[in-house]
Design a binder for this molecule. Structure first.
Ligand code: PLP
Length: 438
């Protein structure tokens, strides 16, 4: 029997009871359940890095606005499918002030979380051209997006961008676009799970190719402004959050409220469709909708069918939050900087104890410290490493489920780890390294 920080026998017993073939191959939710069970049985706390959930309280301005709206009686009234006028105006202002782009408020639409935004975007945009097949994912990525594509019965292709940064991205992307089969391209920036951020050079390559092949880029900005190497927090002042929207009019931007405003529970996000895409007419849409206009199909075809709009009170919340953000009264980036601070300390603890950061560079620059980071341990693949870390009270997920080709890579999310746990994390990593270094 081995002596490990979390009782070896109890961990083995719980793994056996969970019927998991291997901890290293389990899904995020399966790992969560297993660790909950082990924590209960041992009364020991894990360093929990498996779930990408906010670790900060929801923005109070939003909560107050929702309460007021409820008391005013909006619960009994259907919200407009295209979103409230106030909110649409604030989203359009936000786009101008923080991205430096011009979009009509008509093209700014609240969605039930960014997840509904991506689902609606796939559903509508991938049906514009009958001869095309679906989405190209620039991976690693968020596994649920591929699940959405599968549920829709659409096709997708993907590649791991690890070996195709900088100018190398062009030929790689073009090899997919040349086939004429791609309708949309999706990536997240900053990236979940690797926290790489595309440089302006890379965004220009993507934008130029989107123009050349008339493909729409769905840019997922779930972690808007959270590349803390630059200060994107001042409304109307550069630097602005980098975006493909600077290089093409073929874009749909998805901005989640879950992480930047810690508003995950109320399921509200923003979909910003470029003025050009909104007005585009695509005869292929007529196979499914009464309209061939993308904007009308998206709103009165897709969003009407999915949920008939976004719940009323979260729209009031987001309107109030954006008003405060746009006027410079509330600095949303200052609040979430805590994630970057924690990542900086945690990454150092891992590196000092023999671990390596897997996705470590944006072209020539070290990546930012933020919500996630990726790590590996020499001589182990991701499955072996996760299987072993569980005895040391550390939980995370394998990069393999994210479309990464780095077989050794693990994703760590910093949000739920408390600063008070850092000494314990250090102790466990030291012990791990002592037991495994050759
Ligand atoms: C890259 C990415 N996109 C979208 C989402 C989902 O956002 P929402 O909670 O707004 O649906 C997440 C949440 O983790 C994410 O990481």
């Amino acid at each position: 029997m081995r002596k490990t920080p979390v009782d070896f026998n109890t961990v083995n017993q719980k793994i056996k009871e969970s019927n998991l073939e291997s901890v290293g191959k389990a899904s995020i939710r399966e790992i969560k359940k297993l660790i909950d069970d082990i924590e209960k049985a041992t009364e020991q706390k894990y360093i929990r890095m498996e779930m990408g959930v906010p670790g900060l309280p929801a923005v109070q301005i939003g909560i107050d606005a929702e309460k007021k709206a409820l008391d005013k009686g909006v619960a009994s009234i259907y919200p407009d499918i295209f979103g409230s006028y106030d909110l649409k105006n604030e989203i359009s202002r936000f786009a101008k002030l923080f991205l430096d782009i011009d979009v009509n408020s008509d093209s700014c639409i609240p969605t039930v979380g960014s997840m509904q935004g991506s689902f609606a975007a796939f559903l509508t945009l991938n049906r514009m051209h009958p001869e095309r097949e679906g989405t190209l994912f620039i991976d690693p990525g968020f596994p649920v997006h591929k699940q959405q594509i599968r549920v829709l019965g659409q096709d997708h292709q993907s590649f791991d961008v690890y070996n195709y940064r900088g100018d190398k991205l062009k030929a790689k992307l073009e090899s997919y676009l040349e086939t004429g089969k791609v309708s949309t391209i999706l990536y997240s920036n900053p990236n979940n799970p690797s926290w790489i951020c595309f440089t302006d050079r890379e965004l220009k390559i993507i934008g130029d190719l989107a123009n050349k092949y008339n493909v729409i880029v769905i840019e997922d900005l779930a972690y808007f402004g959270m590349d803390f190497r630059k200060d994107y927090s001042k409304p109307g002042e550069p630097p602005y959050q980098p975006s493909v929207a600077k290089y093409t009019d073929n874009y749909v931007l998805l901005i989640s409220s879950s992480k930047v405003f810690s508003y995950a529970g109320q399921r509200i996000g923003m979909m910003i469709i470029s003025n050009k895409v909104f007005k585009t007419r695509a005869p292929g849409l007529k196979r499914y909708y009464q309209f061939d206009s993308v904007g009308r199909a998206m709103i009165f075809g897709t969003l009407y069918s999915l949920s008939s709009g976004t719940s009323h009170t979260p729209q009031y919340a987001l309107t109030a939050i954006l008003k405060a953000v746009n006027s410079g009264e509330y600095n949303f980036i200052e609040v979430v900087k805590e994630y970057g601070e924690k990542a900086r300390i945690m990454k150092k603890l891992f590196i000092d104890n023999g671990f390596k950061i897997v996705y470590d560079k944006d072209e020539d620059n070290p990546i930012a410290d933020g919500f996630y980071f990726t790590f590996s341990y020499p001589g182990m693949d991701a499955e072996e490493l996760l299987n072993e870390l569980v005895y040391y009270g550390i939980s995370a997920i394998s990069l393999l489920i994210t479309g990464s080709e780095r077989k050794e890579g693990i994703r760590a999310c910093v949000s739920l780890v408390k600063r008070e746990q850092f000494p314990e994390l250090e102790y466990r990593l030291k012990l791990f390294n002592k037991d495994h270094s050759k």
